[in-house]
Each structure stands twice: as C-alpha cells, then as structure tokens.
Design a binder for this molecule. Structure first.
Ligand SMILES: Nc1nc2c(ncn2[C@@H]2O[C@H](COP(=O)(O)OP(=O)(O)O)[C@@H](O)[C@H]2O)c(=O)[nH]1
Ligand SMILES: Nc1ncnc2c1ncn2[C@@H]1O[C@H](COP(=O)(O)OP(=O)(O)O)[C@@H](O)[C@H]1O
Length: 204
C-alpha cells in the first residue's frame, strides 16, 4: 500500500505573506508537494488566472458544491467564499504525495477537525503595522477593505494556539527555511519511517 502523503496547512492573516512564502518554497525545488488550488467567488485580480491562482466560480456554483459535500472546508472571508475542493486533496494524499493548503484560519480549523494528522503552520507578521504596510503596498485592496482585513487579522492572530508551529515572516528566506525544516522533520518522524521500512520488508 502506498504511504499517504502529508497534509501541510499554511495559514495566517491576509497579507502576511502566505502566497509569497509558498511560492518561494515551491520555486526552491527542494520540497516536493502539490498545491491545492482553492475555489473562490471573489473577483479575479489583474494578473490572476482561473485554474492557476484560484478556480473563480459564481456564488451559485460554490453553494452547490457545499451542498454536494465537495469541499474539505470553506469559509466566508470579507464577503466572499473560499474553499478547498475535497477530491483533489484526497486523491493526491492517497497517491502518496504531500498536499499544501494555503487557507485562512476558520478553514484551517475545519481541516484540523477532519484531518488531525495534518501539519498546521501559522505564519505571523513581525507586527501589525508591518502587516498593514504589506497589504497597502500590494495595492490590491481598497482602503476600506484594508481596514476590514486588518481588524480580521487581529482576531486571526488570537487563533494561533490551534497550530503545531508558528513561523514569523520577517524575511521571506527565513520563513522559507523554517517551513522547509518543519516539513523535512515531519518526514523523519518515527511512525512514518517505520511505515517505509514495513513497505520495504513486505516487498522483499
Ligand atoms: N478557508 C479558506 N481560505 C482560503 C482558501 N483560499 C484562500 N483562502 C484565504 O482567504 C483569504 C483571502 O484570500 P485573497 O482574497 O486571495 O487574499 P490574499 O490571500 O490576501 O491575497 C486569505 O487569507 C487566503 O489565504 C480556501 O480554500 N479556504
Ligand atoms: N517577508 C516579507 N517582507 C516584506 N514583504 C513581504 C514579505 N512577505 C510578503 N511580502 C509582501 O507582502 C504582500 C502580501 O503578501 P502575500 O503573499 O500576497 O500575502 P497573503 O498570501 O498572506 O495574503 C505582498 O506585496 C508581498 O510581496
């Protein structure tokens, strides 16, 4: 039997740098994982592509998928739905590959309940003013939305104690190094290593 892949969940407030850090880990080429593309009802931003950044869908399509049980988790975030399609996650983990989710905190909580064997990593900003300046610098949100996202961030940071690891995103390289170490250490945990040996013995 193929050993199930690891489920890695990276969460944290909007604008903290989740997308930047995830892309940097992926681009380093040192860690192998499949990124689960989320579905959302929010408007596509300039430069975003359907099926790459998100599956951009209508509210009706999204709500139908909720009803059909097609989402591992979902959340409403500043007026839009965001969710993780279940089938892709399940098939990829079953095929032995690691899956990486980059989601907000309410979704991460649901995943923790359904798949407690996952690794839950919380990415934190060095401080709240730095978070504000990152959201402003990114320039993707209107000022009222920036305020809403910041208010939400304060609530989100309080949920840190539901996670296995907390990583400060001071410099992207630092956060990337730490997260790579976390993933590598998880692969070295004895129960996983024993499973690998069992597989070799079975095949002998
Ligand atoms: N629960 C959940 N949150 C998601 C999902 N995909 C993205 N998010 C989160 O939703 C929030 C808003 O995403 P977005 O509008 O793309 O803003 P950005 O991540 O700040 O660029 C962010 O915290 C995302 O990490 C998902 O599938 N499920
Ligand atoms: N360590 C960092 N130092 C400075 N700026 C950063 C850092 N990480 C990310 N950023 C910038 O902050 C903004 C938000 O990052 P992004 O990855 O979109 O966040 P999230 O996916 O958490 O919403 C982007 O403009 C990004 O370039």
């Amino acid at each position: 039997m193929t050993e199930r892949g690891l489920l890695i969940v990276l969460s944290g407030p909007s604008g903290v740098g989740k997308g930047t850090v995830r892309k940097a880990i992926f681009d380093s080429g040192e860690i192998d994982f499949e990124y689960s593309i989320s579905m959302t009802t929010r408007q596509k931003r300039a430069g975003e592509e359907d099926g790459v950044d998100y599956f951009f869908r209508s509210k009706e399509v999204f709500e139908q998928l909720i009803e059909d049980g097609g989402l591992l988790e979902y959340a409403e975030y500043v007026g839009n739905y965001y969710g993780t399609p279940l089938e892709y996650v399940e098939q990829t983990l079953s095929s032995g590959k690691d899956v990486f989710l980059e989601i907000e905190v309410n979704g991460a909580k649901q995943v923790r309940e359904k798949m407690p064997e996952g690794i839950f990593i919380f990415l934190t900003p060095p401080d709240i003013m730095e978070l504000k300046s990152r959201i402003l610098n990114r320039g993707t949100e209107k000022i009222a939305l920036v305020e809403q996202r910041l208010e939400k961030a304060v609530e989100e940071i309080k949920m840190m104690d539901h996670y296995d690891y907390a990583v400060v995103n001071d410099k992207v390289e630092n956060a990337v190094t730490k997260i790579k170490h976390i993933i590598e250490s998880e692969h070295l945990k004895v129960p996983r290593v024993i499973n690998r040996y069992k597989k070799i013995v079975e095949e002998m």
